[in-house]
Ligand binder design. Structure first.
Ligand SMILES: C[S@@+](CC[C@H](N)C(=O)[O-])C[C@H]1O[C@@H](n2cnc3c(N)ncnc32)[C@H](O)[C@@H]1O
Length: 431
């Protein structure tokens, strides 16, 4: 088996097959898989690898369905990975209505790569299986909105239990739209942060002020702008919670569950002057929070590493920081059901019982956040979930037990209507 490949489109393909073999074998997180690529793999080659890895994981349920019955004994992971990558290329080719020779070229390419990655015998298997898979995928039609959950789940590559949950929560039409949304590749959004310079002219303005889409092929220009802090990669959906909080110039804002710091930077840019205190548990994401907080010109920034559930007030006091704030944001860990178009492997990791577990954790975090709000202060609870169990129900249970707070406003975004990531934010006012 060859272990190195010359740079170029073939090495992107081979790297994809190797990463997908690891994903099939150990279900490693795909953001970590992508980070394991060598730094020399850059530009178009890295972008191609990312496109293929995300595409395979996004469509893996449909590919698995098409493969079922075609292979009697599952081949080893690297060969299985080749079948999945070819499966995604076929899905993409049929969706784009490419020329009639394209499936044959995809088969040929998969066979040649298998000779390098595996063996001639496995290449013969790939040849036979990918041809049959092409015929199956080509003959498939998207199920209508009233199709059974299992048919929707297989075609749109989601777990059937999740599709059933959404059918019960949102109804048939909205579930169909959500599934389609999650299956479409996400544009790369970025926010322009530099107040003294207009946004780079190659960025494409979006309908959400300050947010732009980054055209493909602009990575060489994007890198330095990210480093300097002029640009931050961020979906327009992230602005909702900070808009509800409405940070006021000069005030002190506490950002809880802050890492990696996307909302801290939105707060900083709204504050212009004042102070931000960003708190998260000491973990790997804290380095990115630290880096982001180094880009807060005009606003005093403090980073606090503490567990909110085990006495954050003491740690704030130890740092010489206030223990009560007029404005507090808490952006809790959640199911990520609003951001599945970006985070394509989340749907395969999520389990039915996670919603109850998350809601319990979220309720405890919100109660801990409430203790850090000054009298008359504002508290925003936010998630990137579209599930009422993690949104409305957590807030209702909180209000039942915290009579000093009232709900002033809420914003719930579902991607099939807002056309950006989904999530929810609730503005709670303390008496
Ligand atoms: C959704 S992420 C936050 C994203 C962040 N607000 C942003 O905009 O970039 C949730 C965060 O909650 C943090 N977290 C989870 N449990 C926590 C706890 N007990 N105390 C403090 N932070 C916690 C996690 O470490 C994670 O970084």
């Amino acid at each position: 088996m060859s272990t190195t490949a010359k740079p170029g489109p073939q090495s992107a393909w081979q790297s994809t097959a190797r990463l997908i073999a690891r994903w099939l074998d150990r279900r490693e997180r795909i953001d970590l898989l992508m980070e394991s690529l060598p730094p020399e793999m850059a530009g178009a080659e890295r972008a191609r690898c990312q496109h293929l890895v995300f595409g395979v994981v996004r469509h893996s349920g449909r590919i698995e369905g098409a493969l079922a019955g075609l292979v009697a004994h599952p081949p080893r992971f690297v060969t299985r990975a080749v079948l999945y990558v070819a499966g995604f290329e076929l899905i993409e080719a049929f969706a784009e209505g490419g020329d009639t020779g394209q499936p044959a070229r995809i088969v040929h390419h998969a066979v040649e790569r298998t000779k390098e990655l595996a063996s001639p015998a496995e290449a013969r298997l790939v040849n036979a299986v990918v041809r049959k898979m092409a015929a199956i995928l080509q003959g498939q039609r998207a199920p209508g909105p009233v199709a059974p959950a299992e048919a929707l789940a297989e075609y749109f590559s989601h777990p059937a239990w999740l599709v059933r949950r959404w059918l019960g929560t949102f109804g048939a039409g909205a579930t169909r739209s959500l599934l389609e949304w999650n299956q479409s590749p996400a544009p790369l959004y970025a926010r322009w942060r530099d107040r003294s310079t207009p946004a780079a002219d190659w960025l494409q303005a979006s309908e959400w002020g300050g947010f732009y889409t980054v055209p493909s092929g602009r990575w060489p220009e994007v890198g330095p702008l990210l480093k300097s802090g002029s640009l931050y990669l961020q979906d327009p959906g992230t602005r909702m919670a900070v808009e509800l909080l409405e940070p006021r110039p000069g005030e002190s804002v506490l950002d809880l569950c802050a890492a990696p710091g996307g909302k801290s930077l939105l707060i900083v840019d709204a504050l212009v002057t004042g102070r931000i205190v960003s708190l998260d548990v000491p973990a790997s994401r804290i380095d990115r929070l630290k880096e982001n907080l180094s880009r807060t010109e005009g606003v005093e920034a403090a980073l606090v590493q503490a567990d909110l559930l085990t006495g954050a007030a003491g740690v704030l006091a130890e740092h010489g920081l206030p223990v009560k704030y007029p404005a507090v944001l808490i952006d809790v860990p959640c199911s990520n059901t609003g951001v599945m178009r970006h985070r394509v492997d989340v749907k395969w990791r999520l389990q039915e019982g996670d919603f109850t577990k998350h809601a319990r954790h979220q309720g405890a975090l919100l109660a801990a956040a409430a203790r850090l709000v000054a009298p008359g202060g504002r508290l925003v609870y936010s998630t990137c979930s579209i599930d009422p169990a993690e949104n409305q129900r957590v807030v209702e249970a909180f209000l039942d037990r915290h009579r000093a707070f009232v709900l002033k406003k809420s914003a719930i975004a579902v991607p099939w209507i807002e056309r950006h990531d989904g999530g929810a934010a609730f503005l709670l006012q303390k008496a």
